[in-house]
Design a protein around this ligand. Structure first.
Ligand code: ATP
Ligand code: MG
Ligand code: FE
Length: 347
């Protein structure tokens, strides 16, 4: 099916157009520059930016699809849109836009889950997903391990962070190192030092933690450990070796993420591991996982970095999967849900 997808859950306004697993257009407008001086996304500012960006982004995507595949918006089979999770005011803008578009074009509307979109986007690059697959979802607001039996109908969370998300840890550590926002890409670039310079803690990997939290994560202790290390260093009047701290922090995050992801594949009998979400763009995570997956005989599916962060194509391809399974469209009364669980793929 030919599907147009709209994403507006955080600070990216995205419009994507796909035909099945074929990407025809993917236009993203980010309001990140407006949030930099606040050191994080300001919901009011994000909502307003979505309102301003939605129509221009939609028009750009339509032009792209027309140029790339001679596709006209009147030919689409459905409109899909992020219904949650995310910032309520931001979600509402995309959802209202999607309803208006679907109504005007007289097409069915599919309200879908943003996190399932981070998983589904991989189909655009690597085709149908073998079952069951394991997905490591690592983003700004979420960090979990998922068993994916069918991306449109059956996603089960087998583990999740018990405190901060991985992306959140990156953002907080960047701030305490005096680096800019968003911290993920900045630390990725700053981590040129020795990853073994400082032995930062690996959350929930001790034997006693593994009994109850084998597939869970914890990053708040790591963040505190980095803060304390930096404070002690400053108190002693010494320089903070940012490249070493960043590399050591990043190693601690990526070590745990990749070890638990591989372990989940073994436990669930999956030979395919997929990664998604903004932190899946991280160069060290991608490299370490490639190494460990190969050793374990697991096929690693890594969407290109530009598809890991928020975009409309991920919502379009998830919509296409939902259409393909013959699920009923959403009601035009459908509401945004800021804490939609990943197991609810479509509303
Ligand atoms: P969620 O998907 O949980 O609702 P979100 O949509 O805000 O949250 P994403 O856009 O998926 O999150 O990811 C943004 C996060 O990814 C930010 O925390 C950012 O720092 C992080 N990130 C982006 N690029 C990288 C990178 N190269 N290395 C590490 N983290 C990164
Ligand atoms: Mg963002
Ligand atoms: Fe996201």
């Amino acid at each position: 099916p030919l599907v147009l997808g709209i994403e507006s859950s955080c600070d990216e306004t995205g419009v994507g157009i796909v035909r099945g697993h074929e990407l025809l257009a993917n236009e993203v407008a980010s309001s990140v520059d407006l949030h930099v001086r606040f050191g994080g996304v300001v919901p009011e500012v994000a909502s307003r930016a979505h309102l301003e960006a939605l129509l221009p982004t939609l028009h750009r995507a339509a032009e792209r699809a027309a140029a790339a595949a001679d596709v006209d918006l009147t030919e689409i089979d459905a409109v899909s849109v992020t219904a949650g999770p995310g910032l309520m005011g931001a979600l509402v803008v995309g959802l209202a836009g999607a309803k208006a578009l679907a109504w005007a074009l007289d097409k069915p509307l599919y309200a879908v889950n943003h996190l399932a979109g981070h998983v589904a986007v991989d189909l655009l690059e690597h085709g149908p997903l073998p079952q069951p697959a394991v997905a490591l979802l690592v983003s700004g607001g979420h960090t979990s391990l998922l068993r994916v039996d069918d991306v449109a109908t059956s996603i089960t969370e087998v583990g999740a962070t018990i405190d901060d998300a991985a992306g959140e840890a990156y953002d907080k550590v960047a701030r305490l190192l005096g680096l800019s926002y968003p911290g993920g890409p900045v630390i990725d670039r700053a981590a040129t030092g020795d990853p073994a310079a400082i032995a930062f803690p690996r959350g929930l990997t001790l034997r006693r933690d593994l009994e109850r939290h084998r597939f869970d994560f914890s990053f708040s202790g790591l963040k505190t450990a980095v803060a304390r290390w930096v404070e002690q260093r400053e108190a002693a009047g010494l320089d903070v070796p940012v490249a070493d701290v960043a590399a050591s922090f990043q190693e601690a995050v990526c070590d745990v993420l990749s070890a638990k992801a591989i372990d989940a594949c073994r436990e669930l009998g999956s030979t395919d591991l997929l990664i998604g979400g903004g932190v899946a763009a991280n160069s060290r995570l991608r490299a370490l996982l490639a190494e460990r997956a190969e050793q374990a005989g697991i096929a690693l599916r890594r969407p290109r970095p530009g598809l890991c962060t928020d975009n409309g194509a991920m919502i379009a391809v998830l919509g296409a999967e939902v259409v393909d399974r013959g699920l009923a469209p959403s009601s035009f009364d459908v509401a945004a849900n800021s804490s939609l669980p990943v197991s609810t793929v479509a509303l």
